[in-house]
Design a protein around this ligand. Structure first.
Ligand code: SF4
Length: 365
């Protein structure tokens, strides 16, 4: 696999040459200094005789998701999100739900086949299926940003919206690089404890810095936290985590979602409805105006719905990924009080092509 992928590369954009001849990669917060022949922590970017080679020309998987699955609740509700990923990740979370693609170069049990693809074919496929949005997801998109940008240039020329579903371990350089081409940015804020992040192979600070920068740079940002009993569900930690988000902006939607055993993390109990409701209440107390509870459809009451932060009117009602009612005005406001709803909205709701994910028949080269 590693040998095969070493040929699916191109020289990257996100690096500098250091005074001692090593290359400094800026695609993620590790900022690896790479001597000739060295490969980064992500296992997909490497120094080949003074050139930083990066993944190119393939996808590890393609799927059509309702945008609610990403989750984005304040960006074009009901839209079909054509979702693609490559292989590899800069972290190694033991509970990863996409481990077959994210850990493909680290774990011999993660066997995913790369599929040759071109930006034009991917965008053509997305348009054919009626997608409104293209999303880089499943592996960590930051480490494959050059390829995502190549696809998103075509996507934006075709009128599509673009997005990242990311762990947020970014750098100022990669965010500047992405800003013209990425509209929506979902960050999974996994914990508010640096020791936990180090267990996963990262650090907390670059993620917090990325969230601040994303908001300041006017990406549309939503944040998700997978609530894992015994890992990140302490009241004090959740208070600090949600206070941080509210400090960046109380209008950033926060999704707290239920954990179930996956990959190498099978010990913690599954998250219960009561745990989600308690975490959501902490988020509201911290001042967040749009808090959602996910992964337990139909069991969390109003926490699947979008409400006006001013008058409390229900604006979008959902069960799981299914939109049951949509009442936001063409100008993106509450129909009852007229106050603008933070997010990115269509002039009209066009219904849903799918409210369950599906895998398209592939025409990607
Ligand atoms: S993407 Fe991150 S992990 Fe990979 S080489 Fe660049 S800085 Fe290192």
């Amino acid at each position: 696999m590693a040998e095969l992928l070493a040929h699916a590369t191109r020289e990257g954009d996100l690096y500098d040459v250091l005074p001692d001849g090593r290359l400094r990669c800026y695609a993620c917060g590790h900022c690896c200094p790479l001597p000739d022949g060295a490969i980064g922590v992500c296992k997909v970017r490497f120094n080949d005789h003074g050139r930083l080679m990066v993944p190119w020309g393939y996808v590890g998987g393609v799927q059509c998701d309702p945008i609610e699955k990403k989750p984005f609740f304040h960006a074009y509700p009901g839209a079909l999100a054509y979702s693609f990923g490559m292989l590899g990740c800069d972290l190694h979370c033991s509970y990863c739900q996409n481990w077959v693609t994210s850990q493909a170069l680290r774990d011999p049990e993660a066997v995913a086949s790369p599929l040759g693809a071109s930006p034009a074919a991917l965008v053509g496929d997305a348009l054919r299926l009626g997608a409104r949005v293209m999303v880089s997801t499943y592996n960590e998109p930051l480490i494959t940003s050059e390829w995502a940008v190549a696809i998103f240039k075509e996507a934006k020329a075709a009128g599509l919206t673009t997005g990242y579903v990311s762990n947020g371990n970014g750098t100022p350089q990669v965010l500047e690089y992405l800003r013209p081409w990425v509209d929506l940015y979902k960050v999974e804020l996994k914990s508010f404890d640096d020791r936990r992040y180090r267990q996963l192979g990262g650090r907390l600070d670059p993620i917090l810095d990325t969230i601040r920068r994303l908001h300041a740079m006017d990406f549309w940002v939503e944040i998700v936290t997978l609530l894992i009993p015994g890992f990140n569900d302490g009241r004090d930690e959740l208070q600090r985590l949600t206070a941080f988000i509210a400090g960046v902006s109380p209008d950033i939607p926060w999704h707290v979602t239920a954990f179930h055993g996956d990959y190498k993390m099978q010990d913690p109990q599954d998250t219960t409805v009561e745990m989600l409701l308690e975490a959501a209440a902490i988020g509201r107390e911290a001042g967040l105006r749009h808090v959602y509870a996910g992964n337990l459809p139909g069991q969390v009451g109003e926490l699947e719905n979008t409400h006006c932060a001013n008058c409390g009117d229900t604006l979008v009602s959902r069960v799981g990924y299914h939109i049951r009612q949509y009442r936001i005005t063409p100008s993106g406001a509450c129909p009852s009080c007229g106050v603008a709803v933070p997010g990115r909205w269509s002039a009209q709701f066009d219904g849903q092509i799918a409210w369950r994910p599906f895998v398209p028949i592939r025409h990607l080269t």
